[in-house]
Write a protein that binds this ligand. Structure first.
Ligand code: SF4
Length: 167
């Protein structure tokens, strides 16, 4: 089971193209200036099964998928199960927003398991002092768009570029 705040269909704000965005409840990061402080408490979410969320994701044959929040990496086992099922049943790419850095996730066994199903990671806490509204798909300039498969292979963060340049 996952604690979910909201699921938005066909959003264009959380990655390239049309996407089904799944907003996790629960975030330990408490970034000053957070756009969504009500997401911090995991009890504010609705309990949803992997099957229920998967059904919504697969109902749209065109939309790709974004995990956001809150912080999906706060519920790594549930999101890993969901991401694995999405990859088994579709060709959808998965973007994931998190307040943790890629390097922190690599060191955490539970979170690392979720990483292996992610295509692009938008990492790091939102920093008000580095806020930049001209950036694509991220709020502050410390946050990175990371090509996860390439980064896992290289064992270091590799910047994701392709689709951002087309948008
Ligand atoms: S990681 Fe995101 S949801 Fe969590 S406190 Fe920071 S800005 Fe808010």
């Amino acid at each position: 089971m996952l604690s979910i705040l909201n699921i938005l269909e066909d959003t264009t704000a959380d990655g390239p193209g049309f996407r089904t965005a799944i907003y996790a409840a629960g975030c330990p990061n408490a970034c000053p200036g957070c756009h969504n402080p009500e997401s911090w408490d995991i009890r504010n979410g609705r309990q949803m099964s992997t099957e229920e969320i998967l059904h919504k994701v697969l109902a749209d044959p065109f939309a790709d998928v974004t995990f956001s929040g809150g912080d999906p990496m706060y519920q790594p086992e549930g999101f890993a199960e969901l991401a694995k099922a999405i990859k088994e049943k579709s060709c959808k790419n998965i973007w994931c927003y998190t307040g943790y850095t890629f390097e922190q996730l690599l060191r955490n066994t539970r979170q690392r398991k979720l990483l292996q199903y992610i295509d692009v990671l938008v990492d790091g806490r939102f920093r008000q002092d580095l806020r930049d509204e001209t950036l694509h798909f991220r709020g502050s300039s410390n946050q990175r768009l990371i090509d996860v498969p390439a980064s896992l292979q290289a064992q270091k963060a590799v910047t994701y570029r392709r689709k951002v340049e087309q948008n």
